[in-house]
Design a binder for this molecule. Structure first.
Ligand code: SF4
Length: 376
């Protein structure tokens, strides 16, 4: 099904110096465990052999990959190259916390082989950073971006968050304007979500603060899209903007079009053929499995044809380029125009999708409510 597609390699670095109260990603604050983790990671790499080759993207996410030393980062790429076939112009991304970055470190990171840096800026408003429990300041955010540019990065991504309790449109637009002033190649604008198991989610459930209602959220989304498109960015996926499609995230695209990807490290997910599997969401369990010579996989699922179709529809409608009706028919065995004729006509009338040149696209309004579009 996906033999013509290159694979993506995701490596989850499960360490943070402190936990942000809104974050639902798996990480541990047990920093002394890093060498043990790396040892296990290299063993996990060996288990897969050349099953996913070739790779054209590597993404170190987390957690906080920028906590690792240049030598540790270099060892990861070296072991990656030893175990897998990485193509020569692979997109190699490092996720970073602004507090960890300085120019000489960034120069080393670039020299090791990372060609894309994604910095978790979140906001240029000190009060918002405080609310989010981030360990970096606005000053550190600014100097991290400047240092990345000076070090020679030509592909810089910034993550921002909106929809914070008490945040008004003016504060959010201040952040957006400051971000755009650095001309980053990529911007991800996420709406804050309150995951029930996080400290912030519990405070929300206890009624400690209110959050923007649906109408206001829609306004944030649409105004962000309009502002960034006006500033020269392509709104190519619900939360993602690129200064030209050559800067869209090649790695993330793999999650949206059912390309194969291999995820290593605790809580990482993998996908190949019709199989998806994921690792233990616990550093201890991950380490114990790998050191005992077992795969650190918690669970595996096989997607049925119907699940594939539904996912492809859901994921395709999250992207501006949408879905090729012909490709969909060939790959998923469903003629969308026939099978969903009535609902597609209705959505087109409501201005949520358009059908042009054999493709089904979400309109900007459709992108804003993409989760409900997937119910078709
Ligand atoms: S948001 Fe990032 S830095 Fe904060 S706890 Fe989550 S992974 Fe760690």
């Amino acid at each position: 099904m996906d033999s013509a597609k290159n694979s993506g390699l995701y490596i989850h670095i499960p360490f943070c110096l402190s936990k942000c109260p809104y974050c639902d990603f798996y990480s541990s604050t047990s920093i002394p465990s890093i060498p043990d983790f790396l040892d296990a990671l290299f063993k996990e790499m060996e288990r897969y052999g050349h099953r996913f080759d070739p790779f054209d993207t590597v993404y170190l996410g987390g957690g906080t990959p920028s906590l690792l030393s240049p030598k540790q980062l270099e060892d990861i790429l070296m072991n990656g190259r030893k175990n897998f076939h990485l193509i020569s112009n692979a997109e190699i991304t490092l996720e970073a916390n602004p507090a960890d970055l300085n120019q000489s470190l960034l120069e080393s990171i670039l020299e090791i082989g990372f060609n894309r840096i994604n910095i978790g800026i979140q906001s240029f408003d000190e009060k918002v950073l405080d609310f989010l429990g981030r360990r970096h300041s606005v000053r550190q955010a600014i100097s991290a971006i400047e240092a990345s540019r000076k070090a020679g990065f030509h592909n810089i991504g910034l993550d921002l968050i909106y929809g914070i309790p008490g945040q008004d449109m003016a504060s959010w637009f201040d952040t957006l304007k400051q971000a755009v002033a650095f001309s980053p190649e990529h911007l991800s604008c996420y709406q804050l979500t309150f995951e029930p198991k996080t400290p912030l989610g519990r405070r929300f459930q206890a009624g400690e603060f209110s959050v923007p209602g649906e109408e206001l959220q829609y306004e944030f989304f649409m105004k962000t899209s309009q502002f960034l498109e006006h500033a020269g960015y392509i709104h190519y996926e619900v939360s993602n903007f690129a200064r030209g499609m050559e800067y869209s995230s090649r790695h993330n695209q793999k999650y949206w079009d059912h390309s194969p990807y291999l995820g290593l490290g605790p809580a990482a997910h993998s996908f190949q053929g019709n199989q998806r599997w994921w690792n233990h969401r616990s550093l201890d369990q991950y380490l114990a499995s790998v050191h005992a010579g077992n795969p650190p996989v918690l669970e595996t699922e096989s997607l049925t044809k119907e699940q594939f179709q539904l996912e492809a529809l859901y994921l395709g409608l999250r992207t501006k380029k949408g879905i090729s009706l012909q490709d969909f028919k060939v790959r998923y065995g469903l003629d969308l125009l026939c099978a969903k004729q009535n609902i597609l006509e209705k959505l087109e009338e409501e201005g949520l999708i358009s059908i042009q040149d054999g493709r089904l696209h979400p309109t900007p309004t459709g992108l804003a409510i993409t989760d409900s579009l997937a119910l078709i």
